[in-house]
Write a protein that binds this ligand. Structure first.
Ligand code: HQG
Length: 187
């Protein structure tokens, strides 16, 4: 099966939709840990008008810039590394975060965030980035980017839990306003 880059991106977005938000879009179910059966996924996507074979799935997983997906050892199962809105238990262990992490958002959300803190919104966790560059990219997806600097050292000292997804994205349940400050966007 030969894909153009555009078709690959389109297919990858559908895989994200299925593995993070709507497994029913491919007529499949995820297990409690977020795993989908690979054979079912390939068949389900093809039936849903998104034809894909194993070689293409392997290629998409291998070349994904954000390493969004992971296979189990035998490549019989696949799941998204993070970003879920459906309730799944990724069995992540709490770990000590770096002293500072970053969150990229859009300027129009800032008032609300400064009032309520960062909330997971439609996802399971608030996503934090290890560096400003990455945070800026994440924020740009929503509009004019604003970067928040998060005092994760203090949060951790105060008992907040942090998890590191397989692909390096940091996850936490919420960030109260006391631990964040907006930094000047020099871009
Ligand atoms: C904002 C991408 C108002 C929050 C990226 C964000 C990431 C609030 C938006 C991953 C708020 C949610 C996740 C509050 C938070 N009031 N707005 N109190 N609290 N928000 O897409 O972090 O390409 O669910 O700032 O790389 O942008 O999809 O989260 O702007 O890792 O694989 O609500 O998605 O990866 O937006 O992005 P999202 P996110 P993928």
């Amino acid at each position: 099966m030969k894909y153009t880059e555009k078709q690959k991106t389109h297919t990858s977005k559908f895989i994200s939709l299925v593995l993070r938000h709507q497994p029913e879009a491919a007529g499949i179910m995820l297990d409690p840990h977020g795993w989908a059966d690979v054979t079912e996924l390939l068949r389900g996507m093809t039936n849903a008008g998104q034809p894909i074979d194993m070689a293409m799935l392997e290629e998409i997983v291998r070349t994904d810039a954000k390493q969004r997906y992971a296979f189990n050892e035998g490549h019989t199962k696949i799941r998204a590394n993070q970003g879920h809105s459906v309730a799944v238990d990724l069995e992540l262990q709490p770990v000590t975060p770096p002293d500072t992490l970053w969150h990229g958002t859009a300027s129009r959300f800032l008032d609300s965030i400064m009032q309520d803190g960062l909330k997971p919104m439609s996802r399971q966790y608030v996503h934090l980035s290890p560096d400003i560059e990455t945070a800026k990219k994440v924020g740009s997806r929503h509009g004019k980017p604003v970067i928040l600097q998060i005092d994760t050292k203090q949060m951790h000292a105060d008992g907040f839990r942090f998890y590191r997804a397989e692909n390096g994205v940091w996850l936490t349940e919420a960030v109260p306003t006391a631990y964040m400050k907006a930094i000047k966007n020099e871009a």
